[in-house]
Design a binder for this molecule. Structure first.
Ligand code: SF4
Length: 401
């Protein structure tokens, strides 16, 4: 079943962008969309330089594989915009907030039925090229899953899930639409679904932030796609509409940390960034190690294409900066919102408190996967089974108790 908002939204979403920043307690906050989490070394270097020159010296990794810069001075947005445009990180100022695309980690390098990186590029380019899609809510999310089922369950409004090298399922708001297509027709189908979502949203008042908030939104979009001549030949008749878990089976969940062999014989390193705070120095080191890195929704970074000889040195160098490659590390189980001093709503410096608990080996809830938050909003909470550790006036509330 899809979740539904308890009431119609009374305002447009206020998701920050790179140009439309958010006024946080520690200065302006800019969110830079990184479709598929894929960054070239040069782009990572440009972000690191911007964080050092304009922000607080670090990049925050988000649960959608995007990047945030904090502590921007008044008026820094213009220079940030120029720098991002030069680095090809701002292809369309009018669409910058709606380029939310998650892609399977390691896609094209290990596992999966298809390489979804071309889907990422094609979908992003098509969204940016369509002026009517500039009005998508900033919460819109597309998930492109190559078949390993790591991002298909992360709540995309529109999702593609490769079922085999020849068949792709369309998912809508966490539900299997029943529609199938080929890898070649997949991006066109996702785009058509995105447009149908916007049409249905407009028909229902135009205030919803997510497809799941519309009344029978999934059925309406599925019906539009099924009856549309635009995709005849690509979209078979709906076979069934089922909750996504039936498709996901044994979902792999968060990417494991450590090393992963690639099908070309090289090796990918996967390292967790504690609390998602990647310093400019770490980003520059990553940029020197790989031509392309991939940020994941689990606040980790994939450093691919390493030769066997280079893996240990790369891991040691990154570990010295604080990145984590040990799957048993407590850091693999802890996330946190910004907290104090960055957020005026926060009742605690949750990052410092979480870091202290990790250092002391004293995580609450028996060390279960947990998210620390400075208030009830619980920003940045990962999906799935997570214990909430929420600051209150009188201390932390753990798991609601
Ligand atoms: S959860 Fe609360 S304290 Fe944390 S960033 Fe969100 S609003 Fe601020």
């Amino acid at each position: 079943m899809t979740a539904r908002a308890p009431a119609a939204r009374l305002r447009a979403d206020a998701c920050p962008g790179a140009l439309q920043t958010h006024a946080a307690a520690d200065g302006a906050l800019a969110r830079v969309r990184v479709p598929g989490g894929l960054l070239t070394g040069g782009q990572l270097q440009a972000l690191a330089a911007a964080a050092r020159d304009l922000g607080d010296g670090a990049l925050e990794l988000t649960s959608r594989g995007n990047v945030q810069l904090r502590g921007l001075a008044d008026g820094a947005e213009a220079e940030l915009g120029d720098r991002l445009a030069t680095a090809a990180l701002l292809p369309s100022p009018t669409h910058e907030r709606v380029r939310n695309v998650l892609a399977s980690a390691l896609t094209g390098r290990a596992g999966g039925h298809v390489d979804v990186r071309p889907w990422v590029r094609a979908l992003d380019a098509a969204i940016c090229a369509d002026p009517t899609l500039a009005v998508l809510p900033g919460r819109y999310l597309a998930t492109l899953d190559d078949g390993r089922r790591d991002v298909a369950g992360l709540g995309g409004d529109v999702g593609l899930l490769a079922l085999s090298p020849a068949e792709v399922a369309l998912t809508l708001a966490g539900v299997d639409s029943g529609l199938r297509t080929t890898p070649e027709g997949a991006v066109a189908l996702a785009l058509a679904a995105t447009r149908a979502f916007l049409d249905e949203r407009a028909a229902q008042g135009g205030t919803a932030w997510r497809l799941a908030e519309l009344d029978d939104g999934v059925a309406a979009v599925t019906m539009t796609l099924s009856s549309s001549g635009r995709h005849r030949g690509q979209v078979p008749s709906p076979r069934r509409v089922e909750p996504l878990p039936s498709l996901l089976g044994e979902a792999s969940g968060p990417l494991l940390v450590g090393t992963s062999g690639q099908r070309d014989g090289r090796v990918a390193l996967v390292g967790v960034v504690p609390l998602g705070r990647l310093t400019a120095e770490q980003a520059e080191l990553l940029a020197r190690l790989a031509d392309e890195v991939q940020l994941t929704p689990w606040r980790s970074v994939v450093v691919p294409d390493l030769t066997e000889d280079a893996v240990d040195d790369a891991a040691v160098a990154l570990h010295r900066t604080g990145m984590v490659f040990d799957a048993d590390s407590l850091w693999t189980r802890v996330t946190a919102c910004a907290g104090r001093p960055g957020c005026a709503k926060s009742l605690a410096d949750v990052r410092a408190d979480a870091a202290r608990a990790v250092a002391d080996g004293a995580l609450p809830a028996g060390g279960a996967r947990q998210h620390w938050a400075g208030c009830e909003r619980r920003c940045g909470r990962p999906r799935g089974e997570v214990v909430d550790v929420v600051a209150t006036e009188t201390g932390y509330l753990i798991g609601g108790a």
